[in-house]
Design a protein around this ligand. Structure first.
Ligand code: FMN
Length: 218
């Protein structure tokens, strides 16, 4: 695929069809993403792909917890400050995805999609050691982006979501991820359910005015 098309197609997919992906292809994508740059080639990342029965059970328990309003307990919130800058807070409240659904009076579409883990047939959990410098979080983000762009290049849709890592104990139960690894982020993978309203293009949130984020200094 043309790179411009791949980049343009990187949009949140909040409902997947049940169509399977060739698991060998997922492994190849992750292998290729290992080429991503990292601080001193430290490659702090690990990737755990869950599907099938294990994912169905995890999804069911995750949903129950959300419905019971069990507070999220992400590994990253324990490691890192979760205070947001005024700039990021304003962006979230002015043009964040949640607000976009909210403004169309369709917040429940957004909430239900998250609660159901987007019906993703595959989820990749991404970890770094809990004992990591902040650089490793940056590296993990690059690794995640590489995985997503490589997947999109194969016609696969992607969903990066911190709601997927809300309950790390549950994820550990089904994946065996060690306690000394922080489950930082997760990416849902599959083929987009094109008929799902939650995936409609009018829900794509706008971006900040360019001159607010860019400055050329000579
Ligand atoms: C680190 C990260 C965490 C995210 N967490 C969630 C999430 O928990 N739930 C969700 O619906 N979308 C989540 N998203 C998707 C963003 O809301 C989305 O990328 C953003 O609103 C821009 O929309 P677009 O990617 O469709 O252009 C997350 C994205 C990133 C990069």
């Amino acid at each position: 695929m043309d790179f411009a098309d791949v980049f343009e197609k990187e949009r949140a997919t909040r409902k997947f069809s049940s169509k399977k992906i060739d698991e060998q292809l997922i492994a190849e994508i992750i292998k290729k993403a290992q080429q991503s740059p990292s601080l001193l080639n430290s490659q702090p990342w690990k990737a755990y792909v869950i599907t099938g029965d294990a994912l169905s059970k995890l999804r069911k328990e995750n949903k129950t917890r959300v419905e019971k309003k069990i507070p999220a307990n992400e590994d990253f919130s324990a490691m890192l400050s979760i205070d947001w800058s005024t700039f990021a807070s304003q962006n979230m409240s002015n043009m964040g995805a949640f607000v976009t659904y909210f403004l169309h009076n369709r917040t429940e579409l957004f909430n239900d999609a998250n609660k159901n883990m987007f019906d993703a047939p595959y989820v990749i959990y991404l970890t770094i050691p809990k004992k990591s410098p902040l650089w490793s979080v940056f590296d993990l983000g690059i690794f995640a982006q590489s995985i997503m762009l490589l997947a999109i290049n194969h016609g696969i849709s992607t969903m990066p979501a911190h709601s997927l890592v809300a309950y790390p104990d549950l994820i550990r139960k089904y994946t065996g991820i060690n306690d000394d690894e922080a489950i930082g982020m997760a990416i849902g993978l599959g083929y987009s359910d094109k008929s799902a309203e939650v995936n409609a293009s009018h829900f794509i949130p706008k971006r900040v005015q360019f001159d607010k984020i860019y400055k050329l200094i000579k």
